[in-house]
Design a protein around this ligand. Structure first.
Ligand SMILES: Nc1ncnc2c1ncn2[C@@H]1O[C@H](COP(=O)(O)OP(=O)(O)OP(=O)(O)O)[C@@H](O)[C@H]1O
Length: 359
């Protein structure tokens, strides 16, 4: 699966841009502020309805315009072509897939799975636990469609219970929400554990491809005490949670700690080591997704050279090549990613102040 055509309208610096990518490596080169990241942002917007830089759409829409639009064509098995598109602005979002309007953005995300690695991607290790929970959610969204339904139901029930806690509703109201949270929460935990086990099998096979990652391990904390049923834990925590006005236990508090030689990578690894570890984690997800579903994802790497030395850069490109999926890499200096290896197809795009040309 690959993106074979991309049209961008009114996104950041671009009023209009067209890209005809190849299924292998697409290298986007240009000076600072030319629009490299904006192109990757356009692909991410089409696939997920969101920017990876800001939750505020007004910053992404070209100044002076009301909305942005991104359309694309996804090619499956070299022959099946699917058209998709998204319009987004202050007045809302509209998505189109194969000639019809979609009910939810997730329909586009299923057709075009996208994994992004950007200069702040070390936040996966150093940022809040929510970053790591959404990492797990990415894999499960693509592998187990029912997982998202359970998660959405869990979030609804959680909001209801929090509201009931804040408004001092009686115990029998809370018990109903706790039953639902208990069932859904235990199921989410089982999915996450299973996914992590599978992911780690793939990671162990792949980690030798990047330097410095021997001895990497994980510790998953599910969000409530081991050996206790979630429903019982919620019932016993009710008194304290009434005072706080929110639910302290459950998979919405789960944490994934990544370690190397027993020490947290978030606490002690250098920025370059963290970036290499994040590359490994995200690219392992792409490989595991392929194994589980038979489908490939598109990988976006914004500013690959930043903070990676030559050895790490080359190893990263080699790793990307081995995944055999479509890759978009941006860089200021094409020479830094010159040793591209033997890709099945590759193309270089030059960006200059919002205009685009290819070799
Ligand atoms: N909403 C907007 N409307 C118009 N231009 C914008 C908007 N948001 C950002 N820009 C401009 O778009 C340009 C391109 O930004 P972008 O981040 O894509 O560049 P880049 O090539 O990735 O740069 P760098 O190498 O410095 O990371 C910048 O000059 C920025 O000021």
């Amino acid at each position: 699966m690959s993106l074979s055509r991309l049209d961008i309208f009114n996104l950041r610096i671009f009023e209009r841009a067209r890209l005809d990518p190849v299924p292998g490596l697409n290298l986007i080169v240009g000076p600072n502020a030319s629009g490299k990241t904006s192109l990757l942002e356009g692909i991410h917007m089409l696939a997920t309805g969101r920017s990876f830089r800001t939750p505020r759409i007004e910053h992404v829409v070209h100044r002076g315009s009301r909305e942005l639009m991104v359309t694309g064509q996804v090619t499956h098995l070299q022959s099946e072509r699917i058209r998709m598109g998204i319009r987004k602005g202050a007045s809302g979002t509209r998505g189109r897939l194969a000639g019809r309007t979609v009910r939810s953005q997730s329909e586009l995300a299923r057709v075009l799975p996208v994994q992004v690695i950007h200069p702040d991607s070390h936040e996966l290790l150093a940022g809040s636990p929510a970053e790591r929970r959404s990492f797990l959610d990415w894999g499960l969204f693509h592998e187990a469609p029912e997982y998202m339904m359970i998660l959405q139901g869990y979030r609804r029930a959680l909001n209801q219970r929090n509201e009931a806690l804040r408004r001092g509703f009686p115990d029998n109201v809370l018990t109903g929400w706790e039953r639902e949270l208990g069932e859904r929460g235990e199921a989410l935990d089982r999915y996450r554990r299973g996914y992590l086990e599978r992911l780690w099998e793939t990671l162990l096979e792949l980690r030798g491809q990047l330097p410095d990652l021997d001895g990497m391990t994980w510790e998953y904390r599910r969000g409530w005490k081991d050996g206790v049923d979630l429903r019982e834990a919620l019932a016993s925590g009710r008194h304290r949670e009434r005072e706080l006005g929110y639910t302290l236990m459950g998979p919405h508090r789960a944490e994934l700690v990544l370690k190397r030689d027993g020490v947290s990578l978030a606490m002690e690894a250098s920025r370059g080591q963290q970036k290499t570890a994040v590359l490994l984690l995200r690219l392992t997800q792409v490989a595991a997704h392929r194994r589980a579903t038979g489908r490939s994802a598109v990988v976006l790497v914004d500013d690959l050279p930043s903070e990676l030395d030559a050895e790490r850069r080359e190893a990263a490109l080699e790793f990307l090549r081995g995944l055999e999926c479509q890759v978009f890499v941006s860089a200021i200096d094409g020479a830094q990613v010159q040793r591209l290896g033997n890709w099945a197809s590759q193309k270089m795009f030059h960006v200059e102040h919002g205009t685009l040309r290819s070799d």
